[in-house]
Design a protein around this ligand. Structure first.
Ligand SMILES: Nc1ncnc2c1ncn2[C@@H]1O[C@H](COP(=O)(O)OP(=O)(O)OP(=O)(O)O)[C@@H](O)[C@H]1O
Ligand SMILES: [Mg+2]
Length: 722
């Protein structure tokens, strides 16, 4: 049997781990040192050398994408399909076990999995049934409470309330929620893990069966396991099987969701015979990138300590660009990606990483503008996001009340007590009389065809849209968006919710106002109102840009989503204080160090080139905010950095150390530069935001104090400096 290929292209330490005698083992190593590669080769080794059947292997990883990739890599190495092998995420594997053993788990055979939105709705219904006010018990907070306890393995009956009335109330709701789910056969994500754990814990026969079946358990990204996941792994473990865990304490980035990096030391304590292998050579990144990342993470305390080095080339320095604003930043990023692409690289090899999903919008627009296809992972494109579609639907109604799709979407969002029955009556009446839903509603109200409650709810919706139409249609576009988002109750609805998802929705709504502010009327919009031109832009954009399934495309995602992946060119965008680290990281102990680990994860995704950008002013929540470079940039020794600066004729206010020479990219020969104050005969004074083209084709974008943002032809604009 030739197993040398399993040890090819491996250093001594890696080989040691792949070919170790069976036993428990920890591989603790920094980014790009080949942990995942070792794990994949170890699986093949166990099958071929230790004669362990694929049926007896259990491999766990963090995302479905990673699980799929891992299976493909093992199958390639061992040359055949391995259907009997269990590879999956914790949730996926727990689901599989519960389907197989629903009886032991006390679940109906056809139990239903509910996602976070379903869970939210269920909690809301429950609160109503219990006569509890959502103001005092916000549904998101209830969800947070339930899931947090489940992640710690606590049922309602186990929750300690310390006689705190608030906690007691939460506990009561949790108990009622458990009862409802059990009665209706519903299982939420946290329940998958907890129920699976309990089933294995309480059923000795079943536990023994799996302990014997799974002779080898392997876990990737172990640093992000939470307590219930670790407890479940422990149940699967017996003295006769072995467990290999690989991880990196410096890449633990899910603490905010209950992940517990201390599980690594717990593992070593729980399994005393476990050996530890440290991999220290990085094969992914150039030495400039790696040294910079090492320097940043060195600012954290309490690390398990690792030395990471590379034999790789020094490579290019990390390019650092300070955009004048977020538009300038996006334009720079896209131009660099274009250069990389034109030099013969694939777009698939480029990734733009950001801290929050809301940051994608400006980048998406810049990519579309340049005709570069892109793909967003782990999230929807901006104009397809639920809250954005809700807000746009209100704007669509303001623009045109007979828009039925918009009507249907928001007539009961936020909830105003309109039931399915009433809506279906309106639909039927509209169809029979060839009315739009809006017209049908008005007629039905006039003719008193609806019951009191439904009629009040519908009337309040009609009044709301009417008053929006009257009050806002004369305002500037971004004012219209702002009034509609607030007036509709959407903003308040998401703001009242707790949790990161709701927070992201609030940010996205604010970003929509910014999008309106930055919107420029295209030439073909002649005669259209700004609102209808913007709505056309939003729906066109929703259908544009996003790449086809296997099309070469720029990869866009949050840094969290990029964990474990690698790309030749990585751009980290929006690396500013307040954005990254996020402004909330000062509030909770340990959050700042978690943000720094996130910076480390982001930087170490880059193989050949890393570009870090930030914007000195950023329009956030409708206001221009001055930002300074992130502390993480300042933590990179300057020898690894190259600041991208071109000539400039104006000096900027000094916001940070990179501004000392204050020379933003300028457009040659025009005599103007970004950020400069200029004056126009008709529009008055403003600030230069952007430019494109050259000579007689040059266009300049100016944000006029009284007229908003406009693109002007340089040749005709006759701008003067102020
Ligand atoms: N001995 C080796 N020789 C050549 N290339 C290697 C070697 N070991 C790993 N690599 C390559 O280095 C890159 C990083 O490996 P891998 O993704 O396994 O690292 P990792 O430690 O899992 O990283 P992360 O912490 O980001 O998950 C991959 O492209 C891999 O193929
Ligand atoms: Mg990995």
């Amino acid at each position: 049997m030739d197993v040398s290929r399993l040890l090819d292209q491996m250093n001594d330490k890696q080989r040691e781990a792949v070919a170790a005698p069976t036993g428990d083992m920890l591989v603790l190593a920094g980014a790009g040192s080949g942990k995942t590669r070792v794990l994949v080769h170890r699986i093949a080794w166990l099958m071929e050398v230790e004669n362990i059947s694929p049926y007896s292997i259990l491999a766990v990883t963090f995302t479905n994408k990673a699980a799929k990739e891992m299976r493909a890599r093992v199958e390639r190495l061992s040359g055949g399909a391995l259907n009997a092998m269990w590879i999956g995420t914790f949730h996926g594997l727990a689901h599989r076990l519960l389907r197989l053993h629903y009886e032991e788990a006390s679940l109906p055979q056809n139990f239903t999995i509910i996602d976070s939105d379903d869970q939210y709705r269920l909690v809301k219904r429950l609160l109503k049934a219990m006569n509890l006010d959502e103001k005092h018990c916000p549904p998101k907070q209830v969800q947070w409470f339930i899931n947090g306890n489940k992640d710690e393995g606590l049922r309602a009956a186990h929750v300690e309330t310390n006689n705190d009335p608030n906690q007691q109330k939460m506990k009561e709701i949790y108990a009622a929620y458990e009862e409802t789910c059990q009665r209706s056969g519903l299982v939420d994500f946290a329940e998958l893990l907890l129920r699976c754990f309990e089933t294995m814990r309480d059923n000795e026969e079943l536990r023994h069966h799996y302990q014997q079946r799974f002779r080898a358990i392997l876990v990737d990204e172990f640093q992000d396991t939470n307590n219930i996941q670790y407890a479940w792994l422990k149940l699967m473990k017996s003295p006769s099987n072995s467990m290999m865990i690989v991880g990196d304490d410096d890449q633990s980035i899910y603490g905010w969701r209950g992940a517990n990096v201390a599980n690594i030391s717990k593992f070593l304590k729980d399994y005393e015979g476990a050996g530890t292998t440290r991999l220290e050579q990085n094969y992914r990144s150039t030495s400039n990138i790696l040294n910079a990342a090492n320097a940043v993470i060195a600012y954290n305390s309490g690390r398990l300590g690792k030395d990471l080095w590379t034999e790789g080339d020094e490579g290019k320095k990390i390019a650092l660009y300070a955009g004048f604003n977020e538009l300038d930043e996006a334009r720079f990023i896209v131009s660099r990606i274009k250069q990389f692409f034109e030099a013969g690289n694939a777009l698939n090899d480029t990734a733009i990483l950001y801290r929050n999903n809301a940051q994608s919008r400006v980048l998406e627009e810049a990519l579309i503008h340049e005709g570069l296809p892109y793909r967003i992972y782990g999230g929807l494109r901006f104009f397809e996001r639920q809250e954005i579609k809700d807000a746009l639907s209100y704007l669509r109604l303001v623009n045109n009340v007979i828009d039925d799709a918009a009507f249907e979407r928001v007539v009961n969002t936020p909830a105003r007590g309109l039931g399915d029955k009433t809506l279906s009556n309106i639909r039927i009446f509209a169809r029979e009389n060839n009315y739009s839903m809006w017209q049908a509603s008005e007629v039905m109200l006039n003719e008193k065809r609806l019951t009191g409650r439904a009629s009040n709810a519908l009337q309040s919706f009609i009044n709301l849209v009417n008053s929006m139409t009257e009050n806002v249609s004369q305002q500037a576009l971004e004012k219209q968006a702002d009034s509609v988002i607030k007036g509709s109750g959407l903003y308040a609805m998401y703001q009242a919710e707790k949790g990161d998802k709701a927070q992201a929705r609030v940010e996205n709504l604010q970003e929509l106002v910014t999008a309106c502010k930055q919107f420029e009327m295209p030439e073909e919009a002649d005669g259209m109102t700004p609102l209808s031109a913007f709505l056309a832009h939003a729906s066109l954009e929703a259908g544009e840009g996003q790449a086809q399934a296997d099309q070469d495309a720029v990869q866009m995602m949050t840094i969290h989503t990029a964990k474990g992946l690698e790309f030749p060119l990585v751009v980290m965008a929006g690396v500013e204080e307040g954005m990254f680290p996020s402004s909330m990281s000062n509030e909770e102990p340990g959050r700042m160090e978690e943000e720094r680990r996130l910076a480390y994860v982001g930087m170490t995704r880059a193989m050949q080139q890393l570009i870090i950008t930030y914007a000195e002013t950023r329009r956030l929540y409708g206001q221009d905010k001055y930002h300074t470079a992130s502390r993480f940039i300042r933590e990179i020794p300057s020898e690894y950095l190259e600041e991208i600066r071109l000539r400039s004729q104006v000096s900027q206010p000094v916001y940070n150390r990179f501004d000392s020479a204050a020379s933003h990219e300028t457009f040659s020969d025009s005599g103007f530069s970004l950020g400069q104050r200029v004056s126009h005969k008709k529009f008055g004074e403003g600030t230069v935001l952007n430019y494109e083209g050259a000579n007689e084709h040059a266009r300049v974008q100016v944000n006029f104090d009284d007229f908003g943002t406009k693109w002007l032809m340089m040749a005709y604009a006759k701008l003067s400096t102020c």
